[in-house]
Structures are given as structure tokens and as C-alpha cells.
Design a protein around this ligand. Structure first.
Ligand code: TXA
Ligand code: MG
Length: 308
């Protein structure tokens, strides 16, 4: 059996598989199997009322999991799947309370990473319908963007039948854009690589960004936090870690953790840089936020949560 077939079988048998995606690595379980999904919550130390995203490879499975799909959601799915976007829609009876945290909606995503696509396709060949997968980190911690980071987060918390798949560094580096599609207008619940501008262009609609009643754990004020204290837009002192775009020089004695040439590179390297800070045992990291629109907005969102 190939690694991919092994992983698909493990999922079908109710085990956990850490899966590389283009955003971050996910910790997957069969989304129709309550005891498998319970293992995710246990491994992450995550409160049970926090809903999970269901992943699949065949876009036709959208109608197995969700209903009352507005036209703009179909447009979004055609434009950005496979890719770094999750849609929140009214659930069908397939989406149990153990996946949705008891809400009447479910979040779904078709990822584009070749390993994720292959595992999901193989799982669907075995009759699987969807893989519930949160980011493969302990609750509240920094999301892993490579297999080594997953091991660091979860090794003591997985059982011997669980698997971690290798898939290199995640291309995007921050979690998917979450779009609530249950209202008249799309609403961004968590910013990401699919930006408000892109959503608006594809749907021809205004995108609302107002507060929402729906629970999003990624919207807790403190999240994505390393052990080091993260301070934004300040002057770093000697011995501090430092994250800023490449055109900002490194002051003497400061430990440069990331110097991205553009916002894409910033997003891709951010979580690795925060991990590096902890690996070096740094007490403090100063990050200079990127300005402007697009994915910079998502980077500022994650930086502000990491700094809480
Ligand atoms: O990029 C990603 O989305 C990664 C990869 C693995 O796909 N997954 C991820 O999952 O970030 P997680 O569980 O760490 O974050 C998913 C977020 C949570 O904040 C959760 O509250 C929200 O999605 N969510 C899930 N279902 C929801 C729903 N029905 N309504 C509102 N928010 C929901
Ligand atoms: Mg997460």
C-alpha cells in the first residue's frame, strides 16, 4: 500500500491522520464517525463546542453536507476551490452535532495541496464523505505549517495507529478564509488568502465584515500564540526576535526571524518564525505589521491574536 492508501484506510478505520494542506497542516478524522472526531478534540485539548471544517476533494459532495446554497456561494466554490477558502452553510443531517458544535451550519473546504487532494480522493473511493480537520496544533497554539511542527505539537497526544503525512512547507502559511454564506451577503469570519476584494469581484456583491453570532475559535482574542511575548510595531531591543519585511534593516543585536520580500512570503513564513522564536527560547518577539489590503489584512489579524 502507498502512504496515501494507508492514510485513507486509517481514516476509514477511525484513526487520526495529520494532512498537509496549502494553508496549514490539519488533523483529520472521518467526519461521519463520532468517536474518530472525538479523538481530534482530545489530541488538541480543544473545547467540544468549537466546530470543525469538513474537507473533501469532489466538489459534488458540497450538496451532501450543505443545503440552501446561495448562488454567490456556488460562484465562490467554482472560483476558489480547490483552494484556501472555507464556506459556512446550512448543514444537512450528515453534519452531526459532534462536527458542528451543535450549530445548524457546517464549514466545508476543498483543499488544493496535492497530498491532501490525493488522500481525500482515496478516502472517497473507499466510501468516505468528508474529513473533519482543524489545524494540527494544541488548542490556542501556533498552527503547524510542516510535518516537523505537527510532531512538535502533537507527538505525545497521538496513538500508534494515527499517522502524520509529509507534504513540505504549506504554500500559503495561514489558515483559510472563512466565509459565512448563510446571509444575503457573504461575510468574512476569518480573513485569509482569499481576500475581500477577490470575494467581491467574483460574486459582484458587497462583503460584510460585521460581528457574527457564530462561534469561530480562530476569532478568540488570544490564539496562534507562541510562548514568547509578541509585541507589534515597536522598536526591538538587543536579544529580541524580529519579524519585518525585507526592506526594514535589523538593529544591532536583534535576532532576525523573518525578512519577507512580499506579503505572500510574510504569510508563508510567519508561523515558522514564531516557532523559531520558541525554539531559541526568546522572551520577546517584535513584529512590524504589513500595511495595505489583500492578504496583509489576514497577517495583521493573526499578529494581533498572537500578541494578546
Ligand atoms: O486552513 C484551514 O482552515 C485549516 C486547514 C487544516 O483546513 N483548518 C483550520 O481549522 O484552520 P480550525 O479548526 O483550526 O479553524 C476552523 C475555524 C474555527 O475557528 C471554527 O470555529 C470555524 O472554523 N468554524 C467551523 N465551523 C464553523 C461554523 N459552522 N460556523 C462558523 N465557524 C465555523
Ligand atoms: Mg486552528
Amino acid at each position: 500500500m502507498t502512504k496515501i492508501e494507508q492514510a485513507a484506510h486509517a481514516l476509514k478505520e477511525g484513526h487520526l491522520v495529520a494532512i498537509p494542506t496549502e494553508t496549514v497542516y490539519g488533523l483529520g478524522a472521518d467526519a461521519t464517525n463520532p468517536s474518530a472526531v472525538a479523538k481530534i478534540y482530545a489530541a488538541k485539548g480543544r473545547p467540544a463546542d468549537h466546530p470543525l471544517i469538513v474537507h473533501f476533494s469532489n466538489p459534488a459532495l458540497l450538496s451532501s453536507w450543505t443545503t440552501e446554497i446561495p448562488d454567490y456561494a456556488l460562484k465562490l466554490s467554482r472560483a476558489f476551490w480547490p483552494g484556501p477558502m472555507s464556506l459556512v452553510l446550512k448543514r444537512t443531517s450528515l453534519a452531526g452535532d459532534f462536527v458542528t458544535g451543535g450549530q445548524d451550519t457546517v464549514a466545508v473546504r476543498v483543499p488544493s495541496h496535492p497530498v491532501a487532494r490525493a488522500v481525500l480522493a482515496e478516502f472517497e473511493k473507499l466510501g468516505g464523505l468528508g474529513v473533519a480537520a482543524p489545524s494540527a496544533n494544541r488548542f490556542g497554539k501556533v498552527s503547524p505549517t510542516n510535518a516537523a511542527a505537527v510532531e512538535q505539537e502533537l507527538l505525545g497526544h497521538l496513538s500508534t495507529d494515527d499517522l502524520i503525512l509529509e507534504g513540505g512547507d504549506s504554500e500559503v502559511g495561514i489558515e483559510s478564509t472563512i466565509i459565512d454564506c448563510t446571509g444575503e451577503l457573504p461575510k468574512v469570519l476569518r480573513p485569509g488568502a482569499i481576500t475581500v476584494e477577490m470575494i467581491s469581484e467574483v460574486t459582484g456583491l458587497e462583503v460584510s465584515k460585521g460581528p457574527t453570532k457564530i462561534r469561530v475559535s480562530g476569532s478568540l482574542d488570544s490564539h496562534y500564540a507562541p510562548k514568547a511575548k509578541v509585541v507589534l510595531d515597536a522598536e526591538p531591543a538587543a536579544g529580541d526576535g524580529f519579524i519585518a519585511s525585507a526592506n526594514v534593516p535589523t538593529p544591532t543585536g536583534v535576532i532576525r526571524l523573518l525578512e519577507p520580500k512580499d506579503d505572500q512570503e510574510y504569510a508563508r513564513g510567519l508561523y515558522l518564525a514564531l516557532r523559531q522564536a520558541d525554539a531559541l527560547g526568546l522572551a520577546k518577539v517584535v513584529a512590524i505589521s504589513p500595511t495595505g489590503a489583500g492578504i496583509a489584512e489576514a497577517i495583521r489579524d493573526r499578529l494581533s491574536r498572537a500578541s494578546h
